[in-house]
Design a protein. Sequence first.
Length: 293
Amino acid sequence: MADLRLYLTTTEKGADSILALMTDAFEDEGYAIATMEIDEKRDIWEASLYLDFAEEEELRARFAEIVNAWKPGTEILREEIPDIDWIAKSLEGLSPVAAGRFLVHGSHDRDKVRAGQIAIEIDAGEAFGTGHHGTTAGCLEMIESVVRSRTVTNALDLGTGSGVLAIGLRKIKNVPVLATDIDPIATRVARENVRRNGIASGIAAVTATGFQSPAFGEHGPFDLIIANILARPLMRMAPDLARHLLPGGSVILSGILAEQRWKVLSAYNAQKLRHVRTLWRNGWVTIHLDSRA
């Protein structure tokens, strides 16, 4: 968890422009950045960078340099973040989320599952992916569509987070799934969620940094790869991802803002992957591509 945030106040248009600069500067290093509307009528927005206390001096200087180049004289504000599990707190009381036939719900909402629905039980916790975000829901909906129309025999869930996508795929299709994440906490949580959902075998949750891990060679190649990450890492890993895809295989990509989709598509078209379909949810897109076998 970040200890504090550095932020500035601007307009919606200003938030869009400074977000692009912050993304270029900080996203590849894994820092959380965000924009948020504060007052719709007065067009007041905040753009924030989240960080730890130990990094404040260095990152404040870098942030100030970006802000001053963008709009000199803009005040950078500081807020210490209380030691609260914000993920769990923010999801308290949220309703189950339907995505195609899938219903993602917390343990307190088991009675909400209806006949014909494929239930995935995920409680708020340490790893990303509860179904409430547009990227997760979009991936689940796309998984159902791809499995219905394509042959899938071996799958990879890259950046698995809570394991929700691997679980959903395994419940709808009895195929082996390799679920990887760079965060060992995420892979531990994913394993716990796999057990919670009654899946005894078929999902291997592995901590792996990039495609250098031997796990990809041991479990691959794959005829379905799902990667719900962020646009820039997705573009950077396009050649490696394509190399682990079987001829005629499918790729589902998300974590992509609508305005970023063309850059992502360009990166994967260069790897001879063809756009099949795009789903739109709350300003985010989920993209299905297949290889030109």
